[in-house]
Design a protein around this ligand. Sequence first.
Ligand SMILES: Nc1ncnc2c1ncn2[C@@H]1O[C@H](COP(=O)(O)OP(=O)(O)OP(=O)(O)O)[C@@H](O)[C@H]1O
Length: 242
Amino acid sequence: MSAALEIRGMSKTFVHRQTGRREQIFDGLDLTVEHGELVAVVGASGTGKTTLLHLIAGLESPDSGTIELGGPDRTPRLGMVFQQPRLFDWLPALQNVELATDAAGIGRPAARDALEAVGLAKYARSYPSVLSGGQRQRVGLARAFAIDPDVMLFDEPFSALDELTARRLRLLAQDLWLERPRVGLLVTHNPLEATFLADRIIVLSGSPARIVAEHRIDAPRPRQPEDDDLFALHRTIVGQLV
Ligand SMILES: Nc1ncnc2c1ncn2[C@@H]1O[C@H](COP(=O)(O)OP(=O)(O)OP(=O)(O)O)[C@@H](O)[C@H]1O
């Protein structure tokens, strides 16, 4: 059984080093993500979206409250896709992915399979410097999915790409997502991307950040980016963001 995520009463304050100013990012946040659910997190810049992912990933600790992440059978495996692929420039594409499979204790064939799944099998020996931005982000997706994660965190994964490349990678991400149920969070500034990929969208706002709106997206998958219903829903969400 894969993991689910349950956040209860989570609070987090940052103290800025230089100024000593305290900034309360969350004050008693509650959020549950079900098995197989991909939740998109949208909201104005600086509301705490990335901080939320860092808290879930254990890169930051909450001041209070709980974050439960796990299935009954094993510690959940966590995959992350960042805005920049964050590859090691001195390692070829395949070895970048193998670092992840090695760390997770998974056999290296999984790395090659993942590279193939993102359409980069023939670039296995290529270094990041000779890959395009879209290809580098494909390696980033391969690295995240190669470990067959129970929990997948996407932090603005396609926002640094041109629109056509981003569109292709959203379709690829949808295919990879559909392979098996996982728990997912997608931070994005793009409400249309959120509408296309997610099962639910939460809108974060304020300081400390609260969930001010929530939308369930029941459109069947695989979805098409040009779907009229998705466009209509996205317009509603944009209206709530401004
Ligand atoms: N390690 C840190 N130390 C101090 N303050 C931090 C730290 N990390 C984040 N912050 C502050 O927390 C607030 C929320 O930051 P965060 O990056 O989570 O926002 P965001 O919603 O992801 O923003 P954006 O959409 O611009 O990426 C910001 O004011 C930021 O300066």
